[in-house]
Design a protein around this ligand. Structure first.
Ligand code: ATP
Length: 206
């Protein structure tokens, strides 16, 4: 049987990593697009060379690592620069995801999850089905992300505003996990959704 990959997405601080961690603990392989996005610009990588060629060596830290904050500030209100950066990173991340899935398939896995925060924003919502969205209210998102990242609620709000609204993502999802409440309730939903995903994939792949 071939490997089937479904998607996990959500908004800032909505609980994607929390659900992904629980699924991993149940034995499901989860590939994290954020981890791949860091790996493709590791020191010495062709990805980092391409970023330096476009943005200059000033986007490096003294240790030769990519200074993400600095790069983030450069592209924040410069759509052309952002498009250039995405043009470099997105194909590399897609290729890295492809090889991660190939490895899982070689290992005999039949189901895996791809955790992609910007699934809809990058137009990948039809590639990985079904789509699971982890939802929380904007107030909860702001509170949890601000506590975790040690930044102001205003800074979090700016990041929330830069993404497709979470309600919109939930409306377009096949399954929604409501993570506005206590953790045990979320983990119980995560287990039920995983069972439903397996059933749907088994029925479709037959
Ligand atoms: P990001 O994309 O911003 O990294 P995320 O969607 O992966 O966020 P998590 O890291 O899973 O979100 O959760 C954000 C924070 O909220 C974490 O500190 C997490 O421990 C906490 N958290 C998640 N779910 C709950 C919950 N149901 N109750 C209390 N705290 C929670």
């Amino acid at each position: 049987m071939a490997l089937h990959v479904f998607a996990l997405t959500g908004g800032i601080g909505s609980g994607k990593s929390t659900v992904a961690r629980h699924w991993r603990s149940l034995g499901l392989p989860v590939v994290d697009a954020d981890v791949l996005a860091r790996e493709v610009v590791a020191p010495g990588s062709p990805g980092l060379d391409a970023v330096i060629a476009r943005f200059g060596p000033e986007v490096l830290t003294p240790d030769g690592e990519l200074d993400r904050r600095r790069l983030g500030r450069i592209v924040f209100d410069d759509p052309a620069a952002r498009a250039d950066l995405e043009g470099i990173l997105h194909p590399l991340v897609r290729r890295a995801a492809g090889s991660a899935f190939a490895q899982l398939a070689d290992r005999g896995e039949t189901l895996a999850c791809y955790e992609v925060p910007l699934l809809f924003e990058t137009g990948q919502q039809d590639t990985y089905r079904p789509v699971v969205v982890v939802w929380a209210s904007p107030e909860t998102q702001r509170e949890r992300a601000a506590t975790r990242d040690g930044v102001t609620p205003e800074a979090i709000q700016a990041r929330i505003d830069s993404q497709l609204p979470l309600d919109e993502k939930a409306a377009r999802a096949d399954f929604v996990i409501d993570n506005d409440g206590p953790l045990p309730r979320t983990l119980a939903q995560a287990e039920a959704v995983l069972t439903a995903v397996r059933e749907r994939v088994d029925a479709a792949d037959g």
